[in-house]
Design a protein around this ligand. Sequence first.
Ligand code: GLA
Length: 392
Amino acid sequence: MKTAPQLLESFRERFGTPSNIYRAPGRVNLIGEHTDYNDGFVLPAAIGFCCWVAGARRSDRKLAIHSENFSETVEAGLDLLAPLRKRHWANYPLGVAWALEESGRRLSGTNLFIAGEVPLGAGLSSSAAIEVAVGMALLNQGGHEVNRSELAKLCQRAENEFVGARVGIMDQFVSCHGRAGHALLLDCRSLEFELVKLPAEVQLVICNTMVKHEIGSGEYNTRRAECEEGVRKLQIVLPGIRALRDVTLAQLEEHRGVLEPKVFSRCCHVITENERVMKAVEAFRSENLEALGPLMQDSHRSLRDDYEVSCKELDLMTEIAVAQRGVIGARMTGGGFGGCTINLVADVAVEEFKRQVSAQYFEKTGQRPEIYVSAASEGAQQVDTGTVRPAI
Ligand code: GLA
């Protein structure tokens, strides 16, 4: 990965001018999966991998966006922004420009050089990182204030309406608001949040199954539709509800009959997962770490059996992890269908954990997993290029 001075240099080589640097992190979710778009609760943390963006204003209304990861430059006029072909990397930055303009903020033409270090397709929100870093660059270069919650919502809008993935607000929000050493308890309805201090002697260990997580596969949008169907049916008997967030487990049980069995299971996951988030926060606050293991395990089981977004590699990785010494809890993290697990591991046990998990996963699958140890990190920021180097 480049250092910030190298990024300035790369920008100058390509565009011939000085630039400013911005960065936004990926995330890992400790618990609260597929609850965000049900107005529920999540507990993610920003991680040490970031998307880095060098940007400088130009005198016209054009964007020139270079991706180092894809070795490609895309140009577009700010007055005529439209998505490129499906899955093109540039749809994320272009979508953010579109959403910012749609919100009434007039942008100036900008040259952007993007270098991402969040592993792609690993379920660690490389897309939110690029959106937020580009959003911050465009706002700053256009002379606009950065309101972080507003920026998160506009990045989500870009992904929903321009890219075409109906994601919730979690990833963009924590990329904007993350804090070193803390997870973030977010109420996805009100967008109120509280920082939850993580114990200093525990590390976030992220194990990549190396199975590409494909959020575009349609399954994610299908889950959302199933939740919406659940709400519609339950509203007939519970007219006061707006989202699954408003339904208790007792109410769900009572009205089981109005739901298809599959929709019932999806609702059951969301409702119990919201409860687990609150219990996990309580466990962190009261330093009752032993309570976290069962909560994370139940979350994994519920995602596997009721929500059906796990896969055999995620199940295996979690199974191997929980058998290791010093593990407080383990579960799949993010949208699912591949990607990573999150493991809370006592720091004295981390090296042995990495060795064991890597060897056992390789033995069973023939794949070498990537294992990242990350501190909970700061959210998006403009980088002081005099002093700061990339975190990883
Ligand atoms: C993806 C989405 C998030 C969230 C998670 C599942 O990461 O981007 O909004 O829904 O899946 O918890």
